[in-house]
Design a protein around this ligand. Structure first.
Ligand code: NAD
Length: 419
């Protein structure tokens, strides 16, 4: 019996078993590696604007305590449940190990439809969630960050709430904060920039000229918009973009800076253009060079994977590809170059790590320094993955995850089993 269930958790478990089979990990060790160390469920009551009380369920899963503090985002979305949060925490562990950060994975979230909250109610919920988590988090135990539905403002409320209870400002309790509240330059852009950087590396490997290439982006929030901007700045035409409100297509290439300004002002791409609209269901199967799913999990299933018409699949979202789709992509390995999620979107946690280090030292870096170090870590992880693909003749996802799982396993085995 386990409290973890649901399609996203099943997917993380299935993926892990593929890696465990590949690495020959014995059955009795598998559960120790896969199952989260801690899961916290809290109820968060808030006053609604109409005077009534509403209660929201919140979670935090800390998967791995072996490597140092745990680290992971906080998601505010209707889909959030303990299984989804656990899966995201597990992926964070493999990701941090792959890129070499001194963290275990964590994740948190609240089950909430943000379209039904006023700004004041969102602030109350954010503060109450953090207040409920105070006994379980800390700069050296578990450090939160943004994810879907949360942003710099929410991180500032988290940091303020934690600090008020400590009686002093503790900026290092969360990352992804505004720069003037202890955040780092380059964090807002970090995940999307990292996606574009890695896509560029792959274009070099495949001899694709960015000036003649096209990109398609699903999701135009923090990650999708900055990935689109990065690719646009490299010379690619971003020919289609979608979000939860709809999709836009322009074969001449969308004006990404203008679309970002619009989305920041209005909260979505809706209303940017009536002529450019098309069916969002088609976004993933558009013919393009670089396809970037940057929204939610499990959007590419087996049949969709068969229909993909991209040359590079840059998984900016966590878990966008189901295990059935993985089998298809494995077969289509020579046609589609996959940048697996735990590598592709790791620029976010890498720069979160830089933010934490800067906060602990109270010594802040220039943006160029942040970017240089981010790209250095991403390049190293990219080459490690490629070397493993070649050495073991395995898929990109298996290689990236194998490197992460192996490091975690080695750390657990050298520390031993207490008592
Ligand atoms: P966000 O809330 O800023 O943006 C999410 C975007 O996805 C929005 O544009 C939303 O409209 C869109 N969306 C939601 N449902 C959709 C659907 N069914 N079809 C099309 N679009 C849809 O979130 P974000 O921070 O950009 O995160 C996006 C993904 O990237 C998530 O999977 C998250 O876990 C992952 N990620 C985020 C970070 C980070 O630093 N923010 C880091 C690593 C991974």
């Amino acid at each position: 019996m386990t409290v973890y269930s649901g399609p996203v958790f099943d997917m993380a478990a299935k993926q892990f078993n593929v890696i465990a089979d590949h690495l020959g990990i014995p059955g009795d060790e598998r559960e120790r590696l896969l199952m989260p160390k801690r899961a916290i469920t809290v109820s968060c009551p808030i006053h609604r604007d109409d005077g009534t009380i509403a209660v929201f369920e919140g979670y935090r899963v800390q998967h791995l305590l072996t490597m140092g503090p745990t680290k992971g985002g906080t998601r505010f979305a209707p889909s959030v449940d303990i299984g989804e949060v656990a899966a995201l925490a597990i992926w964070m562990s493999w990701k941090c190990a792959l890129v070499g950060l001194p963290y275990g994975g964590a994740k948190g979230g609240v089950t909430v439809d943000l379209s039904k909250l006023s700004p004041r109610e969102l602030e109350s919920l954010s503060r109450r969630y953090m207040q409920e988590m105070i006994p379980f988090v800390g700069p050296h135990t578990d450090v939160m960050a943004p994810d879907m539905g949360t942003n710099e403002q929410v991180m500032a409320w988290f940091m303020d709430t934690y600090s008020m209870y400590q009686g002093q400002t503790v900026t290092e309790i969360v990352t992804g904060k505004p720069v003037f509240s202890g955040g780092t330059l380059g964090r807002r852009e970090a995940t999307g920039r990292g996606v574009a950087h890695l896509a560029r590396r792959v274009m070099d490997v495949l001899s694709i000229d960015p000036g003649k290439a096209t990109a398609v982006i699903q999701g135009f929030g923090n990650v999708g918009s900055y990935a689109a901007l990065g690719l646009h700045q490299m010379g690619l035409k971003v020919i289609a973009v979608s979000d939860h409100t709809g999709a836009l297509h322009d074969p001449r290439g969308l004006d990404i800076p203008a679309l970002m300004t619009h989305a920041t002002k209005h909260g979505s791409i809706a209303g940017f253009s009536t002529e450019l609209q098309f069916d969002p269901k088609q976004i993933l199967t558009f013919a393009c060079d670089v396809l970037v799913p940057a929204a939610i999990e499990r959007v590419i299933d087996g049949p969709t994977a068969e229909k993909l018409k991209c040359r590079v699949l840059a998984e900016a979202a966590n878990g966008p590809t189901t295990p059935e789709a993985d089998l298809v992509l494995e077969r289509r390995r020579d046609e589609i170059f996959l940048i697996p999620d735990i590598l592709c979107n790791s620029g976010g946690v890498v720069v979160s790590y830089f933010e934490w280090v800067q906060d602990l030292q109270q010594l802040f870096w220039e943006e160029e320094e942040v970017m240089r170090r981010e790209y250095q870590i991403l390049d190293r992880a990219f080459h490690t993955m490629l070397a493993r693909v070649k050495a073991d003749n395995i898929s990109h996802r298996t290689a990236a995850m194998a490197v992460g799982v192996e490091k975690v396993r080695a750390a657990k085995n050298t520390r031993g089993l207490f008592p």
